[in-house]
Design a protein around this ligand. Structure first.
Ligand code: C2E
Ligand code: CA
Ligand code: CA
Length: 812
C-alpha cells in the first residue's frame, strides 16, 4: 500500500493527478445520471440512454487514465504508440457499453456480476494496453501481485456501482455509485502504476505510428472535454426529460387522485348498495349505502370477508334468526347462478319493512360485483297503483273490475265445492235528491257512510263493492237458503233509520235485488243482470225494498225493452190517440170540460193502456215528445169546443222537471189559439215531492200564465196538507179508488168527506173521479162535491168535435 502512495507522490505530477480525479468524478456522476434514465425509458430510448452512458464512461475513464499518465513522469517517455492507444480507447468504450446494456437488461446478480467483470475487466485491459503503448527507452517489468490486485480493484466496485447506478432511486445511492466508480478507476491506475518497474534499455521508435506527449495531451484533453460535454448535454437532456416526466407523473397522480375522489363520491352517493369481491371471493370494496341499508355498524364489515359471512351479518340485522340459514343459502345459490351466467334477473328478498333486489355480475378478473337496490317504495307505489286501479277512490271498496274478478273467483269456488253464490245488487233511492239539495260533498259523505255500514255488517268470506254512482253489490258463498236470507237482511239493515255522517244525518233507502248461483244464472253476467232486474222490480214497487229474482222477470224486462223500442216515434206514425172523458158539475150536471186520456194503438199488440207505456216513456225520456204531442192535440181539440168548456191534460212528473215547460205550454197555446183559462194541467202529488222547489217554481210560472193546476189522485200518495198549503191549486181530484169502494167501506166515505171539507175550507173546488153509480152521486151530492167524472157520465171517448159531427169512438 505504501508503495502505491509513494508511486502517487514521487512519480506523478500532483496537479494532473487532481485533474484526472476531477474528470473521473464528473465522468462517474455523468454516467450514473444517464443510467438512471433506464428506470423510466422504454425501447430504443432505453438503449440510447445506456449507450450514451457507456460512451461517457468509456471516454471519461480513458481520459482519466491518460491525464494521469501525462502526470506520470518516469523521466524518459518519448511518445505514445498510436495503435495501442486507440485500441485501449476502443476496449474501454465497447466493454463499458456492453456492461451497462447487459446489467440493465438482466437486472439480477449474475447480470451485475457479468457487467462488473466486463466493465472492470475492460478498464484494466484499457490500462495495461495503454501502458504497453508507451514508447520509451526502457522495458516494463510487471509485478503480478500488483497486476492482480489492480484487476480486483477495477472489477469489484462495479458489482455495486452497476445496480446502484441503474436501479437505485436516491441521490445518495447515486453519489455512492459515482464514488465507487472513481475509486475503481483511481485504485486500478495507481496500483497498476505501482506494478511496473522500468529497466532502461535501447529501443527503436517508429515516428510514423507515434504521438508525441504534446500531441497526446491535446487528444486527451479533447477527449476529456468531449466526455464532459456529452455528459453535461446528456445530463441536461435527462434533467429536462425527468422534469417533464415528473410533471406528467404529478399530473397523472393528480388525475388519478381526482378520479379516485370522484369514484368515491359516486360510490358513496349511489342509490344502490354495492359490494365488490375479488377472484379469491374476498370483499374488496363496499359503500356506505350498503351499510345503511342493512343497518350495519362499521365494525360489522371488513375487507376479505366472504359473501357468506357478509350476507350472514347483513341478513341477521333484518330477518329473524330462524330464517337466517335459509336466506343466506338463497343468496349464495343466486350468486352461484349469476356467476355461472345462468341468471341475470335480480334476486328479490322481502323483509318486514324492507324489500331489496340483489343483482350480482361476474367481472373479467374472476371477481364479481353485487348491487343492492332498495325497492320498498317502488313496491309500495306499485301496490298503491294496483289498489287504485281496482278500488273506488271515494269509499275504498273494490270497483267494478275488481268485483268482476272476485265474482269469477267465487263462482269457480262454488262450482268446485258445490256451494251456492248469492249476489245482492243495491241502488240507493233518492240519492240524486241528496246530491241536489245538500251538495256533492254531502252526497260523497253519504256514499262513504253507506260503504262503512255495508263493510260493518259483512262476515268473513262475504264481499261488497261499489259498481258506480249509487250502485253497490255484495256477495256471499252459502249452502242453505236461510244463510242468504240472513245476509240480505244484514245488508238491508244498513238502510233502516237515520245514518250519521261527517256531513250530518241522512235517511238513505235502497232497493235490493237478489240472484243466486246456480239457479238464477250460470255465469257472472247472467247473475248480475238478473240481480239488476230484481233490483229494478224492487225500485218500482214502493212498498217492496228487497226483491228476489224470479224467472218471469226476464220476460217482463224484455217486454219493457220492446215497448220502449216500439214507442219511439209512435206519435209520428199516428199510433197515438187521445180520448176525452167528460167532467160535469154536480149541481146542474152541465159539462165543465173533458180530461184528455192517451191511448196507444199498437200495430201488433193492439190497444196499450197508458198505465203500461207511460212509465216506460218516462224511463226512456220519450215522455217529453209524447207529452208535448198530447198537449198540442188536446188544445187544438178544445179550441173547437164551446167557450166555457175546459180541457184537462195529465202532466207526468218527468215533464214537470223540464225547465222550459212553461215556454212549451205558452207556445202551444199561441199555436192552437186556446185561451190559457181553458187549459187545466193535472199533476200528481208525487210529481211535486221529488224536487219540490223546482216543481213549485214551474207551477207558479204556469199559473201566472192563466193556466189552471189540478192535483190529481189526491188521497193515494202522501196526501200531505203541506202540499196543499205550498201551492194554490185550482182543483183537487179525489182518487177514483175512494169513490169506487165508497159503498162498502166507511173509511173511504170518511176520506171523501174529509177531502171535501178540506177543499171547502181552502176554497178549492173538488172533483170526484170514478163515479160509476147513482149511489156514488148521492154520496157526493150529500157531501157537497162540486164536480164529477166517471163511467156513469161517460167513458173516455173520441174527440167531442168529431162526436158533434156524428163520428163515434171506436176505441175506449
Ligand atoms: P188518471 O189521470 O187518474 O185518469 C183517470 C183514469 O180513470 C183513466 O184511465 C180513466 O179511463 C179511468 N176512469 C174514468 N172513469 C172511471 C170510472 O168510473 N171507473 C174506473 N174504474 N175508471 C175510470 P186511463 O185512461 O187508463 O188512464 C190511466 C192513467 O194514465 C191516468 O190516470 C193518467 O195518470 C195516465 N194518463 C193518461 N193519459 C195520459 C197522458 O196523456 N199523459 C200522462 N202523463 N198520463 C196520462
Ligand atoms: Ca188525470
Ligand atoms: Ca186521477
Amino acid at each position: 500500500m505504501l508503495s502505491i502512495l509513494h508511486c502517487i507522490r514521487d512519480q506523478h505530477d500532483s496537479s494532473l493527478v487532481c485533474l484526472a480525479a476531477l474528470v473521473c468524478v464528473l465522468t462517474a456522476l455523468g454516467m450514473v445520471r444517464l443510467c438512471r434514465q433506464v428506470q423510466w425509458a422504454r425501447g430504443s430510448a432505453r438503449t440510447g440512454w445506456l449507450t450514451t452512458a457507456g460512451v461517457v464512461a468509456g471516454l471519461g475513464i480513458w481520459a482519466t487514465h491518460f491525464i494521469a499518465m501525462l502526470g506520470y513522469d518516469p523521466g524518459f517517455v518519448i511518445g505514445y504508440d498510436l495503435v495501442g492507444t486507440v485500441t485501449s480507447l476502443a476496449i474501454v468504450l465497447v466493454t463499458s457499453i456492453a456492461a451497462l446494456v447487459i446489467a440493465a437488461r438482466l437486472r439480477s446478480r449474475p447480470g451485475y456480476a457479468i457487467g462488473a467483470l466486463l466493465m472492470g475487466g475492460g478498464l484494466a485491459t484499457m490500462h495495461y494496453v495503454g501502458m504497453a503503448a508507451l514508447e520509451m527507452p526502457a522495458l516494463i517489468r510487471w509485478n503480478p501481485g500488483y497486476v492482480l490486485t489492480s484487476a480486483i480493484f477495477a472489477v469489484a466496485p462495479f458489482a455495486l456501482v452497476l445496480p446502484l447506478a441503474l436501479h437505485g432511486k436516491s441521490m445518495g445511492t447515486g453519489a455512492v455509485a459515482a464514488t465507487l466508480m472513481t475509486l475503481a478507476v483511481v485504485l486500478l491506475h495507481f496500483t497498476g502504476m505501482t506494478a511496473i518497474s522500468l529497466v532502461p534499455s535501447r529501443a527503436e521508435f517508429s515516428s510514423d505510428t507515434m504521438m508525441s506527449p504534446r500531441e497526446m495531451s491535446l487528444w486527451v484533453f479533447v477527449t476529456a472535454a468531449c466526455t464532459l460535454g456529452i455528459a453535461a448535454t446528456a445530463a441536461m437532456i435527462s434533467r429536462r426529460a425527468e422534469i417533464a416526466r415528473r410533471t406528467s407523473e404529478r399530473l397523472n397522480n393528480e388525475r388519478l387522485e381526482l378520479i379516485g375522489r370522484r369514484l368515491d363520491m359516486a360510490l358513496e352517493n349511489m342509490h344502490q348498495g354495492l359490494c365488490l369481491f375479488g377472484a379469491d371471493g374476498g370483499l374488496i370494496l363496499w359503500n356506505q349505502r350498503f351499510v345503511e341499508m342493512y343497518g350495519l355498524a362499521p365494525q360489522d364489515i371488513r375487507s376479505g370477508m366472504t359473501m357468506a359471512e357478509m350476507a350472514r351479518v347483513a341478513i341477521a340485522n333484518r330477518a329473524p334468526a330462524d330464517e337466517l340459514d335459509q336466506r343466506v343459502g338463497r343468496v349464495l345459490h343466486n350468486l352461484e347462478a349469476a356467476r355461472n351466467g345462468r341468471t341475470h334477473a335480480p334476486d328479490v328478498s322481502e323483509y318486514d319493512d324492507f324489500i331489496v333486489a340483489v343483482r350480482s355480475r361476474p367481472l373479467p378478473d374472476g371477481g364479481w360485483v353485487s348491487t343492492f337496490d332498495d325497492i320498498t317504495e317502488q313496491r309500495k307505489s306499485e301496490a298503491r297503483i294496483q289498489h287504485l286501479a281496482l278500488h273506488d277512490g271515494l269509499t275504498g271498496l273494490p270497483n267494478r273490475s275488481k268485483f268482476n274478478d272476485l265474482m269469477d273467483r267465487a263462482l269457480a269456488i262454488a262450482a268446485h265445492s258445490g256451494e251456492r253464490l248469492g249476489v245482492v245488487v243495491l241502488d240507493l233511492d233518492g240519492f240524486k235528491e241528496i246530491n241536489d239539495s245538500r251538495g256533492h260533498a254531502a252526497g260523497d259523505e253519504a256514499l262513504k257512510t253507506v260503504a262503512t255500514m255495508l263493510r260493518g255488517v259483512l262476515l268473513e268470506g262475504e264481499g261488497v263493492a261499489r259498481l258506480g254512482g249509487d250502485e253497490f253489490a255484495a256477495t256471499i258463498l252459502f249452502n242453505e237458503t236461510h244463510e242468504l236470507a240472513d245476509f240480505v237482511d244484514r245488508v238491508a239493515s244498513c238502510f233502516e233509520g237515520t245514518a250519521t255522517s261527517a256531513a250530518g244525518d241522512f235517511v238513505i233507502k235502497a232497493s235490493l235485488g237478489v240472484a243466486s248461483y246456480p239457479e238464477d244464472g250460470q255465469d257472472r253476467e247472467q247473475l248480475c243482470n238478473n240481480a239488476d232486474l230484481a233490483m229494478y222490480r224492487a225500485k218500482d214497487n214502493l212498498g217492496e225494498r228487497i226483491c228476489y229474482y224470479e224467472k218471469g222477470m226476464d220476460e217482463s224486462a224484455r217486454h219493457r225493452r220492446q215497448i220502449a223500442a216500439d214507442l219511439r216515434g209512435a206519435a209520428g206514425r199516428g199510433e197515438l190517440v187521445i180520448l176525452y172523458q167528460v167532467q160535469r158539475s154536480l149541481k146542474d150536471e152541465c159539462i165543465n170540460g173533458y180530461e184528455a186520456l192517451l191511448r196507444w194503438q199498437h200495430p201488433v199488440r193492439g190497444l196499450v193502456t197508458p198505465c203500461e207505456f207511460i212509465p216506460i216513456a218516462e224511463e226512456t225520456g220519450e215522455i217529453f215528445a209524447i207529452g208535448e204531442w198530447v198537449l198540442r192535440e188536446a188544445c187544438r181539440e178544445a179550441a173547437l169546443w164551446p167557450e166555457h168548456q175546459m180541457v184537462a191534460v195529465n202532466l207526468s212528473a218527468v215533464q214537470l222537471g223540464q225547465p222550459n215547460l212553461p215556454e212549451i205550454v205558452a207556445g202551444i197555446l199561441v199555436e192552437t189559439g186556446l185561451s190559457p183559462r181553458r187549459l187545466e194541467l193535472e199533476i200528481t202529488e208525487t210529481a211535486i215531492i221529488g224536487d219540490k222547489a223546482r216543481a213549485l217554481h214551474i207551477l207558479r210560472k204556469l199559473k201566472s200564465m192563466g193556466v189552471s193546476i189540478a192535483i190529481d189522485d189526491f188521497g193515494t200518495g202522501y196526501s200531505s196538507l203541506d202540499t196543499l198549503n205550498s201551492f194554490p191549486f185550482d182543483k183537487i181530484k179525489i182518487d177514483k179508488s175512494f169513490v169506487t169502494c165508497s159503498d162498502e167501506r166507511p173509511q173511504a166515505r170518511a176520506i171523501i168527506r174529509a177531502v171535501l171539507a178540506l177543499g171547502r175550507s181552502l176554497d178549492v173546488p173538488v172533483l170526484a173521479e170514478g163515479v160509476e153509480t147513482r149511489s156514488h152521486v148521492d154520496l157526493l151530492q150529500a157531501e157537497g162535491c162540486d164536480q164529477v167524472q166517471g163511467f156513469l157520465f161517460g167513458r173516455p171517448q173520441s174527440a167531442p168535435s168529431l162526436a158533434d159531427r156524428g163520428v163515434t169512438a171506436d176505441i175506449a
